[in-house]
Design a protein around this ligand. Structure first.
Ligand code: ADP
Ligand code: TZD
Ligand code: MG
Length: 582
């Protein structure tokens, strides 16, 4: 019997009451939220217990940051806010990183943290885990609220849901002081205080003149290009996007997490000719992608500009739900503001039957570049060096993903990220989830848990050995919930590579170097998972195939040539010391 029911039974019919704990659970369930990612402790331990007792999936992590990352990516995958639940001060701060990550990446998430007593915190009298959490969360969240009275829980959760998913999605903080949970409230009043949010992410229809302006510009292009970003993946407007790409015949580039929106093997996919199409294109249509550092801010040498910040001469169309995004880096000639589904649908409708294909010279030039680069890559992938390197290992991963296109794919690291992104093709939408806008390490195991829980599919994670370390303890969580996760650690003994030396000759190794030959595979065995030690592509293939066949939690320690990586992977230019050396 749940605590609420017990109270009801004890109280008798005359004064049926419930409490704050129960209202939080009821409010979430009423809004279709059935999973919480968190870590118990004062004052939310009973909330975790009662959520489970009430049929919610309560997933307990070993560190709140990983629970938070799980919640954030659950939000991306489902368009419902992922819920992360933490204790006060330190638990809250551990979760805060993920909240900021959700806001930065435009993922809907709600961080619910218990907090200490307001009157003590505000007078700074030194309460247990005292911290003014709301004030700290505000600058990192899309919205932040505090609920003080049980009768306001319904409104608090409704506002948090709306803030998280409407418009540009983001992270929302909900502060719940300890006293709130224990407050008792008349059950009928409680029930009527709950809000089932109607249409939490309303469609936003673009203005017809904005659509026309964009299409006129696109039609004038000699070398048009479409860039798909993770906003397009989030929008789940897959059919509309297919229609747009098919009907216009325009080459497109997927950003990392937009890979697979259309199969990477699609003939219009220009990924293999990226460094050719960016500077060459004359009109670029961005769909759910920001012109941030990942696209070199839309200017400079990457775009054919003469100087580091010079404009490359492109005209830009930008489809985005945020009206403030346009002109953030370069002039946007045709902003189209609305949700991607509605915007792309409006465009497809307005294309008409006689939309001209892009000029043949452009298509041929792109195809030609692609062919050359693909052939070069095939040659590299075919090699079988000893020791195994990133390419020979990733050649295996590429085959495995091709054979298992429904598997979720998690990826983090530097070289382990960059090589994987360019070598491993994706075939279906929202399969690839990775370091995102900040290029952070640490999303790995949290993402694995959420991906397995939300999609029920096999999960494959390709992890740098450094990247894995940020969330490695969650292999226990993966084993505990018996999730079908196959973690592959690209083990090159360190950050970027394992060969740096301490210039003083002292006993400490260099800051980028880890224990040589570390046996990460033994780690998962401690929790009943399967550990595999792989030094050849054949061993790696066998390990991955067996993991997928058995669906057992598996960690494959893929031993990679420790000299194989480059400093910072592909972003060496952002490294002050490396740039100076040039
Ligand atoms: P990427 O890193 O893949 O380039 P970004 O995270 O930079 O993608 O950009 C995603 C963009 O998508 C953001 O500007 C965000 O406002 C936008 N966006 C998110 N969801 C939607 C949606 N449903 N409709 C339109 N735009 C969206
Ligand atoms: N801390 C956080 C939270 N995010 C980061 N991005 C970094 C530190 C800096 N960093 C990178 O940008 S990549 C990386 C770090 C520490 C690890 C690279 O090593 P790896 O990958 O073993 O994961 P490779 O294959 O050895 O390059
Ligand atoms: Mg490494």
């Amino acid at each position: 019997m749940g605590t609420a029911e017990a109270q009801v039974a004890a109280a008798g019919d005359a004064q049926i009451s419930t409490d704050g704990f129960q209202l939080v659970i009821d409010a979430l369930k009423l809004n279709g939220i059935d999973t919480i990612y968190g870590l118990p402790g004062i004052p939310i331990t009973d909330l975790t217990r009662r959520a489970q007792a009430e049929g919610m999936r309560m997933l307990s992590f070993r560190h709140e940051q990983n629970a938070g990352y799980a919640a954030s990516i659950a939000g991306f995958l489902t368009q419902k806010p992922g819920i992360c639940l933490t204790v006060s001060a330190p638990g809250f701060l551990n979760g805060l990183n993920a909240l900021a990550h959700a806001t930065t990446n435009c993922f809907p998430m709600i961080l619910i943290s218990g907090s200490s007593e307001r009157e003590i915190v505000d007078l700074q009298q030194g309460d247990y885990e005292e911290l003014d959490q709301l004030a700290i969360a505000k600058p990192l969240a899309k919205a932040a609220f505090r609920v003080l009275h049980a009768e306001d829980i319904g409104v608090g959760i409704a506002r948090a849901i709306r803030a998280a998913v409407s418009g540009r999605p983001g992270g929302v903080y909900l502060d719940m002081p300890a006293k709130l949970f224990a407050q008792s409230i008349d059950a009928a009043t409680a029930k009527s205080s709950l809000i089932k949010v109607v249409d939490p992410a309303p469609r936003q229809i673009p203005a017809p003149e904005a659509v026309k302006r964009a299409l006129d510009l696109l039609k004038s292009a000699k070398k048009p290009l479409i860039i798909l970003g993770k906003g397009a993946a989030y929008a789940q407007a897959d059919a509309e996007l297919h229609a747009l790409i098919d009907k216009t015949g325009i080459p497109y580039l997927p950003m990392s997490m937009a890979k697979g929106l259309l199969p990477d093997t699609h003939e219009q996919c220009a990924s293999a000719a990226r460094s050719y199409v960016l500077p060459e294109a004359d009109v670029v249509m961005l769909i759910g992608a920001r012109l941030n550092w990942l696209l070199s801010h839309g200017k400079g040498k990457t775009w054919g500009g003469k100087s580091a910040k010079g404009w490359g001469g492109q005209k830009f169309i930008q489809i985005d739900i945020s009206p403030q995004e346009a002109d953030s880096n370069v002039r946007i000639d045709a902003p189209v503001v609305g949700d991607i589904g509605s915007c792309v649908l409006a465009m497809v409708a307005a294309l008409g039957r006689d939309w001209p294909r892009p000029p043949q010279e452009w298509l041929a030039a792109v195809a030609d570049k692609k062919k050359g680069n693909v052939a070069k890559m095939a040659e590299t992938l075919a090699k079988n060096p000893s020791p195994m390197n990133f390419h020979s290992a990733l050649n295996v991963v590429r085959d495995i993903v091709r054979a298992n296109p429904d598997a979720m794919f998690v990826n983090e690291g530097a070289n382990a990220l960059d090589f994987t992104r360019s070598i491993v093709d994706m075939y279906k939408p929202r399969k690839r989830i990775d370091v995102g806008t900040w290029g952070i390490m640490g999303i790995g195991m949290g993402y694995c848990v959420a991906a397995a829980v939300v999609t029920k599919q096999q999960v494959i994670a390709i992890e740098g050995d450094s990247a894995f370390g940020f969330s490695g303890m969650e292999v226990e969580t993966i084993c505990r919930y018996n999730l079908p996760v196959c973690i592959v650690i690209m083990n090159n003994n360190g950050v970027y590579k394992g060969t740096d030396v301490n210039p003083t000759g002292g006993p400490d190794v260099a800051p980028t170097v880890f224990v040589r030959g570390a046996r990460y595979d033994k780690l998962i065995e401690a929790f009943g998972g399967v550990g595999v030690y792989a030094t050849t592509p054949a061993e790696l293939r066998k390990g991955m195939e067996e993991a997928i066949r058995s669906r057992k939690p598996t960690l494959i320690n893929a031993v990679i040539d420790e000299t194989a990586g480059t400093e910072s992977g592909r972003i060496t230019s952002l490294n002050p010391s490396a740039a100076k050396k040039k």
